[in-house]
Design a protein around this ligand. Structure first.
Ligand SMILES: [Zn+2]
Length: 101
């Protein structure tokens, strides 16, 4: 089992990707990442969301949906630029790492 630090970049890109498709919240993204096989504790997920927000990639806002107050996150311009750059690098990585098989 690889260290979770190793996958933190993947997780961040995943978060940015989903935030680019619409507002996300912690519980939803935890479930989505679980679906992809990443078991993330709230002690890892929430600090990651907060860091991405502090660094300007996401913007958080509280919204009431179905009577529940939730913190939703949307991607910023800076986040979109980072996602585009990440996509380019992922393509390159996939070509190199999987290209030999
Ligand atoms: Zn996903």
């Amino acid at each position: 089992m690889l260290d979770r630090e190793f996958f933190l970049g993947f997780i961040k890109i995943h978060i940015l990707y989903h935030a680019s498709r619409g507002p996300i919240y912690g519980g939803w993204i935890a479930e989505e990442l679980g679906r992809h096989g990443y078991q993330l504790s709230p002690g890892t997920l929430y600090p990651t969301l907060h860091r991405l927000t502090r660094e300007g990639y996401l913007k958080g806002s509280r919204m009431v949906v179905g009577g529940k107050v939730r913190k939703y996150y949307v991607i910023t311009e800076q986040g979109l630029a980072a996602l585009m750059e990440a996509k380019r690098k992922i393509g390159e990585l996939v070509n190199e790492v999987l290209g030999e098989e």
